[in-house]
Structures are given as structure tokens and as C-alpha cells.
Design a protein around this ligand. Structure first.
Ligand SMILES: [Zn+2]
Length: 439
């Protein structure tokens, strides 16, 4: 049995009184977070000479803060607890990142939360205090009570775990209710047809390219809304900061950003659904967006593509269909490795769109070649029954090993097509990989 979580995010329409209460909760959570952070920073500053004192110190609990600041009692107590938990998490993220034990982007020291329109708080269910009715459509939020919502869906499966109440930068209110269901895990698809394996290489202009050179019909959202955004931003820049017209213009900018985000989410959802239905295995590249954007000085466009968001969506959808999603390590030199002979072209630069293999003379389009390599890694992992970590030895083939490479590929195909391994003499994938490792 496996626990599965699904969120139902809906726009809610609180009454004026409820709005005030939600706003107060958002404000209290932010205030508590900032006060607790301040307490920690000042205590550390005063006692940093003595590590024992710092480490053993008990900080004030949110209950003690509530005694001091009576206005906090008006709002959802669980939301305040979560705010405290968020701060602990921010600290622990910072420390693990400092030690280098954290994957992904470096996490800095916790920051004070600024007052802004876009904000959210989280509450966990206790004694049935979070509920969803579909007839009439209303959600019960702790302290706030029943709030009506609009949504096309008429049911949700599972037990309610928590709710995140948010106010968007455009001033709209949303509730995202987390449901938990228990069920048999969807069995992973058996991969027998290499045609049902796709590799996606993320590219800047077209989102991704697959091994046949296909790209999804993706128009970068910013291109489409670029003029709108530029216009709104230009208007904002001409207004006097803090004036009524400035706030209006700022709201317009937020609206355009919201439209862009919605269009992107919609695109990601449709694309992920179509991929998991049409393929048994999808091999994707893990990508450091930060590094890539720095390298290309195209930061904005890379982030607009929402690749990380797409990958998250893809994994989520894949779980429901049993599709394999295989992530090849980003250091897999997918662009630099010749997909025909395995030669590594270290001289390849990011702006080289095409290259000719110095070893076998094959002509490559950079992205298509990379994608073919990713797909090979995918086939490789599947043939061996999916190790939990991406295969690193395949990822750093330093020298050209034409013979082994082709034999290895042949072996994968045989395994995939159901031939017995004995019919592939001498070099099995695992041995071939071991051989690579020694180079
Ligand atoms: Zn080659």
C-alpha cells in the first residue's frame, strides 16, 4: 500500500469579515516568523563566543509570544505553529547547505519576511476542522469558517491532511486542500518497445527536443505576453511610488504575471499528460538552471520555460500511469558525447549548434545528439532494472571506446526485445559498464 497525496486548489470567495481574518492570519504568521528570527539572531550575536550557551538555549515558544501579543490569539493557532516550523526548516536548510550536504541551489541564511500581497499560511487538520462540501461548494477553514469556492470538480478522494490558504499578488484568495489516499501502487509499465522510450533534452528556444528532432509547439509565454508586460511595467515606472495610481499600475503588472503563470501551468499539464500516455519510459536531463542561465546570460528566458515545474508535473503524472521517468545526471555530457561512436568532444562550446565527430565523422545537431544519448542511458537503466541512482560510470566516459559502446548498445536492445542474455556473447551491459569505470 502506498500513500498518495493530491491537492485540490480552488479560488475562494471570503466575505469582507473573512478576508480581514485571513489577512490578519497572514500578518501574524509573518510577524511571528520575523520576531523569532530576530530573537535567534540577537541571542547569537550576544553569545557567539560560547557555543554551549548558543546550542543549549531554549527560545520562546509561539505560546509565549501569544501571551505577549494578544492579537495573535485571534488567528489560527496551527498556522502560527507552522510558521515556527518554517523557520526551523529555513535554518536546517541553511546549515545542510553550508555543509554541502544539500543538493541543488545553495540556501542562504533565513531572511526576514517582507510585507507583500502574495502570501500564504498553512494549517493542519485537527478534529475535522478543515472540510470540503461540493453541494453547495464551500470549504471550512479553521477560525475563518465556511468559505464558498468555485471549481468545476464535484468530488475529491481521500482524507484531508492540511490546507494552504493564499493571497495572490493580484489580491485573489485560494485554498489548496491536501488529500491523502491509500492504494496499491500503480505497477510500472514493462518496456519492450524501444519506440516507446523517449529522451528529452531541454533546449532554450523550443523547450525540448526528442530523438527524432521533434519539439512541442511551445511558444515562450514571455514572447506572447512580452508587449503586455513591457507596457504595464513602463506605465508603472512613470507613476509616483506609493501613490494610488502606482498601486493600480502595480496591480496591472501582477495581473500579466498571473496570466503568464497560468498559461505555463496549463501547457505543462497538457504536455506531461500526453507524454506519459504515449510513452512507457521518459528519460530527462537534470539541469542546473542557475548554472545554465549564468552561462548563457539568458536567465530570464530559462526561468520562463519553467522546466523544473514541468519535470515535477511529469513525475506526478507518471506515477498515475506507471510510466518510468529516468533522470540522467546533469554532468552526463549528453551534448559532448557522439551518439554513434561514443567519442567525447570536450572542445564543444554552448553556442555550437552543430558539430562533426572527429572520431567517426558523423554530423550532429547538438540537441538531437544529446537527446539520443539520454535515450541510450534510459534504455541502459531499464535493461538493468533501474538502479535508484543514475549510473555515474556511464556518465563520465572520458575516452573513446567505440567497440564496447556499440556492443553495449546491442546488448541492451537484445535484453529489451526479450532475447536471453546468453545470445549476447562476452560483453553484458554490467560488464561493459565496469570496463568503462576503469578508464
Ligand atoms: Zn563519433
Amino acid at each position: 500500500m502506498k500513500k498518495r497525496h493530491k491537492a485540490l486548489k480552488v479560488r475562494i470567495y471570503p466575505t469582507l469579515h473573512q478576508k480581514t481574518l485571513i489577512d490578519k492570519t497572514l500578518g501574524s504568521c509573518r510577524a511571528l516568523y520575523n520576531m523569532m528570527l530576530h530573537e535567534r539572531i540577537s541571542f547569537f550575536e550576544e553569545n557567539k563566543e560560547d557555543r554551549k550557551v548558543v546550542n543549549g538555549h531554549k527560545y520562546k515558544t509561539e505560546k509565549e509570544y501569544k501571551v505577549e501579543f494578544a492579537w495573535m490569539k485571534e488567528v489560527d493557532a496551527v498556522a502560527l505553529q507552522q510558521s515556527k516550523a518554517d523557520l526551523s526548516q529555513a535554518y536546517s536548510n541553511f546549515f545542510t547547505s553550508l555543509k554541502g550536504a544539500r543538493r541543488g541551489q545553495t540556501v542562504g541564511f533565513p531572511k526576514y519576511k517582507k510585507r507583500k500581497t502574495g502570501s500564504s499560511y498553512r494549517s493542519v487538520v485537527t478534529n475535522n476542522n478543515i472540510r470540503v462540501d461540493f453541494e453547495p461548494k464551500r470549504i471550512k477553514l479553521p477560525k475563518v469558517g465556511w468559505v464558498s469556492f468555485r471549481d468545476k470538480r464535484n468530488s475529491a478522494e481521500g482524507r484531508i491532511k492540511s490546507v494552504t490558504v493564499s493571497r495572490s499578488p493580484t489580491g485573489k484568495y485560494f485554498a489548496s486542500v491536501l488529500f491523502e489516499t491509500e492504494g496499491e501502487e500503480v505497477e510500472k509499465k514493462t518496456v519492450t518497445d524501444p519506440k516507446k522510450v523517449i529522451g528529452l533534452d531541454m533546449t532554450l528556444g523550443t523547450f525540448y527536443v526528442d530523438h527524432e528532432g521533434n519539439t512541442p509547439g511551445f511558444t515562450r509565454n514571455t514572447q506572447r505576453y512580452k508587449t503586455h508586460l513591457a507596457q504595464a511595467q513602463r506605465r508603472l515606472s512613470k507613476k509616483k511610488k506609493g501613490s494610488q495610481n502606482w498601486y493600480k499600475a502595480k496591480h496591472k503588472v501582477a495581473l500579466v504575471h498571473e496570466t503568464i503563470a497560468n498559461a505555463r501551468a496549463d501547457f505543462n499539464r497538457k504536455l506531461a499528460t500526453s507524454l506519459v500516455t504515449n510513452y512507457d519510459a521518459i528519460c530527462i536531463e537534470t539541469l542546473s538552471l542557475k548554472g545554465m542561465s549564468r552561462a548563457l546570460r539568458l536567465g530570464k528566458s530559462v526561468h520562463d520555460l519553467g522546466y523544473a515545474e514541468f519535470v515535477a508535473k511529469l513525475k506526478q503524472k507518471a506515477e498515475t500511469t506507471g510510466t518510468h521517468v529516468i533522470q540522467a545526471d546533469q554532468w552526463f555530457a549528453s551534448s559532448k558525447l557522439c551518439n554513434i561512436c561514443g567519442y567525447k568532444n570536450s572542445a564543444l562550446r554552448l553556442h555550437d549548434r552543430t558539430w562533426t565527430c572527429p572520431n567517426c565523422g558523423a554530423e550532429h545537431s547538438r540537441d538531437e545528439n544529446a537527446e539520443k544519448n539520454l535515450r541510450t542511458v534510459g534504455l541502459d537503466i531499464l535493461a538493468l532494472g533501474e538502479p535508484s541512482e543514475p549510473v555515474e560510470s556511464v556518465l563520465d566516459v572520458e575516452t573513446s571506446v567505440p567497440m564496447q559502446y556499440s556492443v553495449k548498445q546491442e546488448a541492451h536492445r537484445s535484453l529489451l526485445m526479450g532475447k536471453s542474455p546468453e545470445s549476447v556473447p562476452d560483453v553484458l551491459p554490467c560488464q561493459a559498464r565496469g570496463a568503462h569505470g576503469h578508464h
